[in-house]
Design a binder for this molecule. Structure first.
Ligand code: SDX
Length: 393
């Protein structure tokens, strides 16, 4: 796919062509995910996302992403038992969180807390593949506990211990809200976690692969990925979508406000994608759940505003291949699930840690350090000027 190919002359007069932002550039091979951006298709290791959303669970999908095959019932049972046994987090990690400024954003706290987990891994320097798989499982298990604990501490409350009776998604909602979710709410969260678990060489996953390509460690790779996901052009978009919906307030105000934003050349959060030139298949599924939840809670306002924005955007910029992405309908869906807006991006990380760690292991299996080049546009030549001969500009 021809991206934004730029042609520039470097400082020595040589002409170079390159794709800004590595658009369309292939960095290596993978067996984990395939995206057909033109057709709006997504598959994890060959299985269409629609089938996983309908039939799988986040636990099963995480195993599938990490180990490359659908687990047998024994394998799945053992995997779930291992995840449950590693949900608890060392108190020292929450002590670190308690000592952070309460005003710190949850994603910044998550970055610090997950980074600290590495210090409590006795075998942190053991770089065997077996240990990397174990670390991946520990991180998948612990992310919900850390993320939920951060939100509780930010609100001056104590973290809630994981409930071994509950599945991964239900337990996350329980630790976040302090009460067991309904079966339906747990299933909606489970599907949302499946949909956010993996997406090829997105910025945060690529970040993780670049870091591990130097043979650094998994904690560093995942911490870097959190930092990348935090950005509003990536995972941080979902929080901004909800704040935009709140700013608009009602469907009848949506058109004028969106048109004004487009005239201002503002990026509408939750729309557009580097790869998709059609509706993100994940957005389609999230939209259906948002509508169902809206009807269940009897407040369709946020869903209605979202649909109006989608209508205006498809009329105005659909021809440019700009459609809702995964962050658009997840915003109203999380709102209907009673989740605070500042937790939307941490939820993305709670899910994507499965994809990040699967890619870290895959990178290690056939590694070559990532080291791209750049076109030099600086001075072709300069001599050193002694300090006493430099003039104030
Ligand atoms: C995720 O990569 C992944 O797979 C990510 C992800 C995953 O699962 O990991 O799918 C998750 O990050 C989804 C994206 C979430 N981000 C947003 O919703 C933020 C808003 N979106 C845009 O910033 C943008 O669409 C990006 C960052 C997602 C993609 O940017 P590109 O590919 O660099 O596109 P671009 O900025 O070069 O825009 C191309 C054109 C421009 O118009 P022209 O200058 O050519 O006239 O499209 C326009 C842009 O102005 N455009 C938008 C727009 N996105 C692109 N115009 C209005 N609103 C938007 N959202």
């Amino acid at each position: 796919m021809a991206g934004k190919i730029r042609e520039v002359k470097d400082a020595f007069g040589k002409v170079h062509q390159f794709a800004e932002g590595l658009e369309g550039v292939i960095a290596t091979t993978t067996e984990i995910c395939f995206i057909d951006g033109q057709a709006g298709k997504l598959m994890y290791r060959g299985i269409p996302i629609e089938q996983l959303a309908e039939h799988s669970t986040y636990e099963e999908t995480s195993f599938f992403l990490l180990y490359g095959h659908l687990p047998t019932s024994r394998e799945l049972g053992d995997f779930i038992r291992r995840l449950k046994s590693h949900r608890a987090v060392a108190n020292e990690v929450f002590d670190i969180v308690r000592n952070l400024p309460k005003s710190a954003a949850p994603m910044s706290m998550l970055r610090t807390a997950i980074s600290s987990l590495g210090h409590f891994d006795q075998d942190a320097e053991d770089d065997s593949l077996e240990k990397h798989y174990q670390r991946a499982e520990h991180l998948i298990a612990a992310f919900p506990t850390v993320a939920a604990g951060i939100q509780r501490i930010r609100k001056g409350l104590e973290p809630i211990a994981p409930d071994p009776e509950l599945g991964h998604a239900a337990n996350f909602l329980y630790m976040l809200n302090g009460e067991r979710p309904t079966d339906y709410a747990a299933r909606v969260m489970d599907v949302a976690l499946i949909l956010h678990a993996e997406h090829g060489f997105n910025a945060s996953t690529f970040t993780a692969r670049v870091i591990i390509s130097t043979l650094s460690d998994m904690y560093s790779a995942v911490t870097g990925a959190i930092g990348s996901l935090k950005g509003p052009l990536h995972g941080g978009a979902n929080e901004r979508v909800m704040r935009m919906l709140m700013e608009i307030g009602s469907a009848d105000r949506a058109e004028d406000i969106i048109l004004q934003k487009l005239r201002n050349k503002d990026k509408i959060m939750g729309f557009g994608h580097r790869v998709y030139r059609a509706l993100d298949p994940r957005a389609k599924i999230l939209m259906q759940f948002s509508q169902k939840l809206a009807e269940q809670v009897g407040d369709t306002r946020w869903y209605d505003i979202s649909k109006k924005i989608q209508e205006v955007m498809e009329r105005e910029v659909g021809h440019k291949g700009i459609y809702p992405n995964v962050d658009f309908f997840s915003a109203s869906l999380y709102y209907y699930l009673g989740i605070e807006v500042e937790m939307y991006t941490p939820i993305f990380a709670v899910s994507r840690v499965a994809g990040w760690t699967a890619h870290v292991v895959e990178q290690l299996k056939h590694n070559r350090i990532f080291r791209p080049r750049s076109v030099y546009l600086g001075p072709a030549h300069m001599d050193y000027v002694p300090l006493d001969q430099r003039t104030e500009s």
